[in-house]
Every structure is written in C-alpha cells, then in structure tokens.
Write a protein that binds this ligand. Structure first.
Ligand SMILES: CC(C)(COP(=O)(O)OP(=O)(O)OC[C@H]1O[C@@H](n2cnc3c(N)ncnc32)[C@H](O)[C@@H]1OP(=O)(O)O)[C@@H](O)C(=O)NCCC(=O)NCCS
Length: 300
C-alpha cells in the first residue's frame, strides 16, 4: 500500500531520476527541476505531492495557485506516474488530493501545464495521449491549442546593424537593457503586458542582461527578453512593442538580438514558446512549429 505525502527539498534527486525515466518526450536537469518546483513564485509544498511505496516514488504532482486577471486559478504544472504502475488509480489519488486543496484555497478553475510566469510546457503535448484521457476523465475540457516554435541557431546570422542605423535616423535607439532602465521598463510592461513582468525580472539575472529595448527619445517603447523561464534551454520571450510603433521592424531587431545572445552562449537552438504570431517568427528567423499543446480547463 502506498501513501501520499508532501514534497520536501531532499526529494529533488530521486524525483529527477523518476521524471526522466517516465517522461517519453522531455528530460530535466536538476537546476531545471528546482526552478520548476522550488523557484516558482507561488511555491507551496502543500500543493506538491508524492505518492510513495516503501522508499520508492511512484507518482508525483506539482500544483501551484495564481491570481490571474482577478481570477483564482489552480494549475497542475507537472504530473508523472511510474510506467509500470499506471492505470492503478495513482494519478487519480494525486489529482483528487490536489483538487481538494485547490477548492479549500478558493480556486475557481484548474488548468493543466499552462502556468503564467513559470511553466514547463504551455499545455499537454498530445503525444502524452494517456494524459489527455486522464484529464478528460477528471472532467477537463479542451479550450485552446498552442505551440512552441524552434529556431536553428547554427545556420543563420542575426546581424541587425543596418536596420538599427535606419531606425536611429527616425529617432529610435536599440540597445541592451541595463539596471538604470529597470524601473521604467517594468512600469512599461506593467502598463501594456502585465503578465510578462515576472519573466522579464528573471531575465535581468543573466550575464549579460538578457533583455533588449527600443527607445524613442529617452522613453522605452519596446522590449524583448530571453532566459526568463526554463533557464539555460534557449527559451525566448516575452517581447512586446508599444501599439503606436508596430510595423517598423523594431520587433524583428529585438528578436534577432536575443537570438544572437544565445548563439554567443553556444546554444544550437532557441525555443519560441506559447505562440502567437507564427508568421512573424517564421518570416524573420525561419522558426518552425516544433511541438503542439492542447490546453485544458475544469471549473471547480
Ligand atoms: C497521465 C498519467 C499521470 C495518469 O496516471 P495513472 O496513475 O495511470 O492514472 P489513473 O490510473 O488514476 O487513471 C485514471 C483514469 O484515466 C484514464 N486513463 C489513464 N490512462 C489512460 C490510457 N492510457 N488510456 C485510456 N485511458 C486512460 C482511465 O479512464 C483511467 O481509469 P481506468 O484505468 O479505471 O480506466 C500517466 O499516464 C503518466 O504519468 N503519463 C506520462 C506523463 C504525463 O503524460 N504527464 C501528464 C501531462 S503531459
């Protein structure tokens, strides 16, 4: 007979082996798993559960809660059951316990994987077909699809000098963000793209700072960032341009500057997650759709 218990920090290494053994299309590193669980801005060990028999981990669910646009949402961020022990009700026990906790915390709905700020994947990769069946049985409805694109960094140049010169002639400066820009950049993002603030704050921790900005005069009007989530994996975004300045090529320059940073870090590919404007990324940097995700929701 197994038992459910709360996650503790010393579970990280056995959990890392457990996840990598049991997830067919994904692999974690220890820093990445720590980032997903312990470095979540709303991390609470109450919502991270382990199903264990003797000393062996057989199941795991990572839940977090957020308040998004005045709505309280519980998220399943990760969930895995040991291959040989599937279809024995372990997943159901883990999920039901988490849902009960979410209800007690006043959550209005539950979603799967698409957690703003800190997520591993923006939905369920349908190749994890048992997961689709599982969540449908739990009463979830599929409400949207999204995808991750990938950019090959090994066979293209992301040079932008000429375009930057042209923009300068129109009074638009492009540069890497620095600490002096931080407050103004964060208030620009707060005003136009509030859900992206957290990832941009994280991007400030890279060396060099993984953020590029466009200024009109001395006012920030656009930005792009990378390495703000799933650190070290070539994770691009977010990026945003003030509505008045769209269509001038600013976004493409800011995007290419981030990809150049990744090339300089020795990365071979960049992931453009949870898109979005597929044509834009395909046109400017030859991005291709790499993985698709189905998004699920349940009202509780
Ligand atoms: C999804 C997952 C966590 C389910 O765990 P589990 O312990 O097997 O789930 P349960 O035994 O509680 O299944 C409950 C019900 O879900 C449905 N279900 C689960 N797996 C299924 C499958 N392969 N095919 C059809 N239905 C399935 C069934 O209705 C099942 O009840 P039943 O066995 O009485 O018919 C597990 O398959 C897994 O770890 N997959 C790999 C990782 C993964 O996909 N993670 C999730 C998101 S990407």
């Amino acid at each position: 007979m197994g038992q459910l218990r709360r996650f503790k920090e010393s579970d990280i290494i056995p959990l890392l082996n457990f996840c990598n053994r049991n997830m067919a299309f994904d692999q974690f590193t220890e820093p990445l798993l720590r980032e997903k669980i312990l470095e979540d801005p709303d991390y609470s060990p109450e919502n991270v559960l382990i199903y264990q028999e003797d000393d062996q981990i057989l199941g795991f669910i990572d839940g977090v809660t957020r308040e998004i646009n005045n709505e309280k949402i519980g998220y399943v961020k990760l969930m895995v059951v040991e291959k040989k022990y599937r279809r024995q009700g372990i997943g159901t026990q883990l999920y039901q316990e988490l849902e009960n906790r979410f209800k007690k915390l006043g959550m209005q709905k539950v979603r799967v994987y698409d957690v703003p700020f800190n997520y591993f994947m923006p939905g369920i990769d349908p190749r994890y077909t048992p997961a689709l069946a599982f969540f449908e049985v739990q009463g979830f409805k599929r409400f949207a699809d999204t995808s991750n694109m990938v950019v090959d960094l090994t066979n293209q140049s992301f040079e932008t000098k000429e375009q930057e010169k042209e923009l300068l002639g129109q009074g638009i400066t492009i540069k890497r963000a620095d600490y002096q820009d931080r407050d103004e950049l964060l208030s620009f993002i707060e005003e136009y793209f509030p859900l992206w603030r957290y990832e941009v704050m994280n991007a400030y921790n890279s060396i060099p700072i993984a953020i590029h900005i466009a200024l009109v005069g001395d006012k920030i009007k656009a930005f792009s960032a990378h390495n703000g989530n799933n650190f070290g994996t070539g994770w691009f975004g977010p990026m945003g341009t003030h509505p008045d300045l769209r269509g001038k090529g600013i976004g493409s320059i800011l995007l290419k500057r981030c990809l150049r940073d990744m090339q300089n870090w020795g990365l071979e590919k960049s992931i453009i997650p949870w898109v979005g404007p597929i044509r834009f990324y395909s046109y400017y940097v030859n991005a291709v759709v790499d993985r698709v995700f189905w998004r699920y929701e349940k009202k509780v």
